[in-house]
Design a binder for this molecule. Structure first.
Ligand code: SF4
Length: 291
């Protein structure tokens, strides 16, 4: 099997077979992201090469594979028919497969439209991991996400309507001190409209060689401290009415929160309340991310 450029996968895909379908990210402009800033340029692998890797994986691991993740940063941007071809092939080679997933930003999902997403669902795409980051349009513009809340809501609803599971990622603290409240409130509003299967929390950590780190260093962007992140999280969770599973399965977070909303809301808020009583020094230290 062959891999090119950085290979990232969500923590929830730790047990999945990784078959690279695309290289890099077609957007590559988010100010907080360093993953593909040094290349490689976005490209789509030949279907024949991807199939060869699938066959090679069967030779190595046998045909009992149950989940596959198709890196890299925005594999949903592949042509629908090509992605469908890969999905159908993978299902034929691995008859016990239960889940095939990709990363996809809302603007590329949106381009598929409801029909394209339905075709992908029928071909076997079972989950899309979406970096929503925020529901606040001011923040989305600042971080150069390349989409807005309206498009994110529509894309998310189409994914859900197509019968594809949706796992969305929110970055706590991505609005800094200036936008912490609108970030929490607007994000909850967007999540309520989409009602994704999973809401996954990450906490903003500035990364080397990113525009947002430069803003942190020159004081343009004021980061939240641990207590402020927790307060923001409480406002976010209070505002979520969607029946989604919330998880904070990531090393960047100050505390681990997990549960099905809205049932778990009270428990999660109590957990945050307890954490808010702790000294700032008891949380993970500030660091600059390198990956
Ligand atoms: S966060 Fe995602 S969409 Fe943005 S540049 Fe990084 S890989 Fe691309």
């Amino acid at each position: 099997m062959r891999y090119q450029g950085p290979i990232y996968r969500p923590p929830s895909e730790a047990d999945s077979l990784l078959i690279q379908a695309t290289v890099g990210c077609p957007h590559n402009r988010c100010t907080f992201c360093l993953v593909y800033k040094n290349g490689p340029m976005f490209s789509i692998r030949e279907a024949a090469d991807i199939k060869e890797d699938i066959l090679k994986a069967r030779d190595i691991y046998g045909d009992g594979i149950r989940s596959i993740f198709l890196p890299a940063g925005n594999t949903i941007a592949m042509k629908t028919e090509d992605l469908c071809e890969i999905l159908v092939f993978a299902k034929a080679i691995f008859p016990e497969i239960g889940r095939i997933t990709v990363y996809g930003s809302s603007q590329y999902i949106h381009k598929k439209g409801p029909r394209g997403l339905k075709r992908l669902a029928e071909a076997g795409l079972s989950r899309i991991h979406v970096g929503l980051e925020s529901g606040d349009d001011v923040i989305l513009k600042k971080i150069k996400k390349g989409t807005d809340s309206r498009e994110q809501i529509q894309a998310g609803k189409w994914v859900m309507d197509a019968g594809i599971e949706l796992s969305v990622y929110v970055i706590l603290g991505i609005g800094g001190k200036e936008r912490t409240e609108p970030h929490a409130i607007e994000t909850a509003g967007v999540l309520n409209q989409i009602e994704p299967d999973f809401i996954r929390l990450r906490t903003f950590v500035p990364k080397v060689n990113t525009p947002l780190l430069a803003d942190v260093e020159n004081g343009v962007f004021q980061m939240l401290g641990p207590h402020e992140v927790l307060e923001e999280t409480a406002v976010l969770i209070k505002g979520i009415e969607a029946a989604s599973y919330l998880a904070s399965d990531h090393y960047t977070n100050y505390i681990n929160l997990e549960g099905r909303l809205p049932k778990a809301k009270r428990r999660l808020l109590e957990q945050i309340g307890t954490a808010l009583k702790k000294d700032a020094a008891s949380f993970r230290p500030f660091f600059i991310g390198t990956e």
